[in-house]
Design a protein around this ligand. Structure first.
Ligand code: GTB
Length: 216
């Protein structure tokens, strides 16, 4: 049965692959699982049929037969548990890879999202500059810690895993920011993730959605 994911009909990132369906697409490509996509308008995301799948009215969701899941980390975990290629076989190594998945979405991503949100919606506030300085310090602290852990390794814990998939996805939200300038090992790590054929296929698929909206 071909799983179905949801994504923005019209992504505000204009095809840059920053919305969270991208990490699910990437995981599906890594495990060679074909999938269908249901595109949603912002209005449809807040209507009952979608709220029954995603109580917060967000994308992505994942449907596989009778199973419906939401939250990108949980969806990637499901794929990694059901298919070979995203988690090591050894039980302890597997637990460590899952730890990195949680660290990506619960330790690294929140300050990065908070900074992004401030840039989008708080720019005109009188207190914007000091708040941004604070948020950038928080992000910088996490980047420094992650960089120190990664060192000159290719991936966070042995071979590429779902932990790296989520961590690279989170870091890519900072692409182009000077916050990464101090950490060449992190930019190289992100580039290794982006160079993976599965990433490239996933990126092309989400970009095609944006290009179709431009053509139409
Ligand atoms: N914890 C959930 C998960 O991981 O799945 C969070 C899901 C989420 O935040 N979804 C966002 C959404 O549906 C899209 S990804 N937002 C609409 C809403 O809440 O009403 C976040 C996102 C959106 C846009 C950009 N961008 O334009 O650059 C980047 C990231």
């Amino acid at each position: 049965m071909t799983p179905i994911i949801t994504a923005f009909e019209s992504s505000p990132d204009r095809g840059r692959g920053l919305a969270r369906d991208m990490r699910v697409r990437w995981a599906l490509e890594e495990v060679d699982q074909p999938y269908d996509v249901r595109l949603l308008s912002f209005k449809e995301m807040k209507e009952p049929p979608h709220l029954a799948l995603q109580p917060f009215g967000q994308i992505p969701t994942y449907e596989e037969g009778d199973l419906a899941l939401f939250d990108s980390g949980a969806i990637v975990l499901r794929l990694a548990q059901r298919h070979a290629g995203l988690l090591p076989d050894d039980a302890d190594a597997r637990a460590r890879a899952v730890t990195w998945m949680f660290a990506a979405v619960s330790t690294m991503e929140p300050p990065i999202v908070e900074r992004e949100t401030a840039r989008l919606v708080e720019r005109r506030e009188a207190w914007y500059a000091p708040r941004m300085a604070l948020l950038e310090t928080r992000v910088g602290t996490r980047l420094g810690q992650l960089s120190a852990h990664l060192g000159d390794a290719d991936w966070l814990d042995g071979g590429f895993s779902a932990g790296d998939l989520l961590m690279v996805s989170v870091l890519l939200r900072l692409k182009g920011s000077d916050l990464l300038d101090e950490y060449p090992n992190l930019t190289a790590y992100m580039a290794r993730g982006e160079a993976r054929p599965a990433y490239q296929r996933a990126f092309a698929a989400q970009l095609a959605v944006f290009e179709a909206t431009q053509a139409g």
